[in-house]
Design a protein around this ligand. Structure first.
Ligand SMILES: *Cc1c(COP(=O)(O)O)cnc(C)c1O
Length: 409
């Protein structure tokens, strides 16, 4: 879709990349569930492989349904090009495979999505790529971690699950003055709440499994490029490594994106109310939510985010036992990993998403044993609140251990 006028993001969620189908006028993008595309003759086949005819050849290399999704997300992020991938991790690994190599270095957020860190430390390290993880919400920590061979600064903001916020424009300045590129994992915000390109990022990553699709039924990822310069080399790596998305999966995400803006707004409204109630609960030690004035980067969040989002982390006074009790007691909030869907999900990072980090790294990254992560959904606010608060009733604040023992006898 070649737009002549700039439209708002709510309009773009519904229309970007989604012109009525040229053949029959269907208003929903057709699913081109085809692995390969017929050529009219040998000359056309040759032209397609030679690059003079832009038509489709084979779905791993490109597909019309996938292209519609790529255009939609590129438009939402304000980028020029995008590449859809089979999962968020496929997008992330493709970036590392493209820009890292023997003797090259990446600086990243210490509390980054667990598998992002694991793939660098366990897999890419085997091929000689180096990685350093620091608290990127401290800009000086990024500066100190930069080395002459640093090619990537890879940040996640807000980070998962500590919700620490990194200053994107400062990170971009540091990366660029050292000849590195800045990649931002924007999964937690979606383009509705944060546009990293406006602050100098070069590449934006999404796990579309989360907010972009939003219905808990697809695993998918996206790489978005601010301009076309880094696109060709990344596309070569993606299609050669085979991380392409399936057209049906792409179509489901396109459908999900139509309601992205309204879903994010409802979930965020629920989250704001819930965070302000949770801080007052006697069983809760603290609440991390960018919308609370107590959040260490509350002011920065207002500068670079359009809203505080729908992810809340909180610590229970009674640590790991209280966490278990809470998760076994909720009924509407579902005990599951993942986030950004219409349903409210609750999980325990220390034993689930961040278990692979190991206790020592978790401690360094601020992931405490009693930390509970909530992905607030679009249910009625009262239902989420009452479910959570009924469950919190079962969570008592710490009792002196030996007193209990003596009562038992
Ligand atoms: C889920 C997630 C990923 C990985 O995405 P998949 O689609 O599960 O591969 C990466 N980054 C963040 C922040 C995530 O939440």
């Amino acid at each position: 879709m070649k737009k002549t006028k700039k439209t708002g993001i709510d309009t773009d969620c519904i229309h970007a990349g989604q012109e009525p189908d040229k053949l029959f006028g269907g208003i929903s993008v057709p699913i081109y569930q085809s692995s390969t595309f017929a050529f009219e003759n040998a000359a056309q086949g040759a032209a397609r492989f030679g690059g003079t005819d832009p038509g489709y050849k084979y779905t791993r290399l490109g597909n019309p349904t996938t292209a519609a999704l790529e255009e939609a997300v590129a438009t939402l992020e304000g980028g020029e090009k995008a590449l859809a991938t089979s999962s968020g991790m496929s997008a992330i690994s493709t970036i590392f495979m493209t820009f890292l190599g023997q003797g090259l270095h990446v600086v990243s957020t210490d509390s980054v999505y667990g598998p992002t860190r694991t793939v660098l430390e366990k897999e890419f390290a085997r091929f000689g790529a180096e990685s350093t993880f620091v608290d990127t919400s401290d800009i000086n920590a990024i500066k100190r971690a930069i080395k002459p061979n640093t090619k990537l600064v890879y940040i996640e903001t807000p980070s998962n699950p500590t919700l620490a916020i990194t200053d994107i424009s400062q990170a971009a300045k540091i990366a660029h003055s050292n000849g590195a590129i800045l990649v931002v994992d924007n999964t937690f915000c979606s383009p509705i709440l944060q546009k990293p390109f406006d602050f100098g990022a070069d590449i934006v990553i999404h796990s579309m499994t989360k907010f972009l699709n939003g219905h808990g039924d697809v695993v998918a990822g996206m790489i978005v490029f601010k301009d076309g310069s880094l696109f060709p080399q990344t596309k070569n790596v993606l299609v050669q490594m085979g991380g392409t998305i399936d057209p049906h999966q792409a179509w489901l995400v396109l459908r999900g994106i139509k309601t992205l803006s309204m879903r994010v707004k409802v979930a965020q409204e629920n989250s704001i109310k819930l965070a302000f109630e949770l801080v007052k609960h006697p069983a809760v030690a603290w609440v991390k939510y960018p919308g609370l004035p107590s959040h260490p980067q509350h002011d920065l969040s207002k500068k670079q985010m359009k809203g505080p989002g729908a992810m809340i982390s909180f610590e229970l006074k009674n640590g790991i036992d209280a966490g278990r009790t809470l998760m076994d007691s909720v009924k509407i909030c579902t005990l599951a990993v993942s986030l950004g869907g219409v349903e409210t999900l609750i999980q325990h990072p220390a034993s689930m998403t961040h278990a692979s980090l190991g206790a020592a790294n978790r401690k360094l990254s601020g992931i405490t044993d009693g930390l509970v992560r909530l992905s607030v959904g679009c249910e009625d606010y009262e239902d989420i609140r009452n479910d959570l608060f009924d469950a919190l009733e079962k969570v008592t604040s710490p009792k002196p251990q030996n007193m209990e023992a003596s009562q038992v006898g």
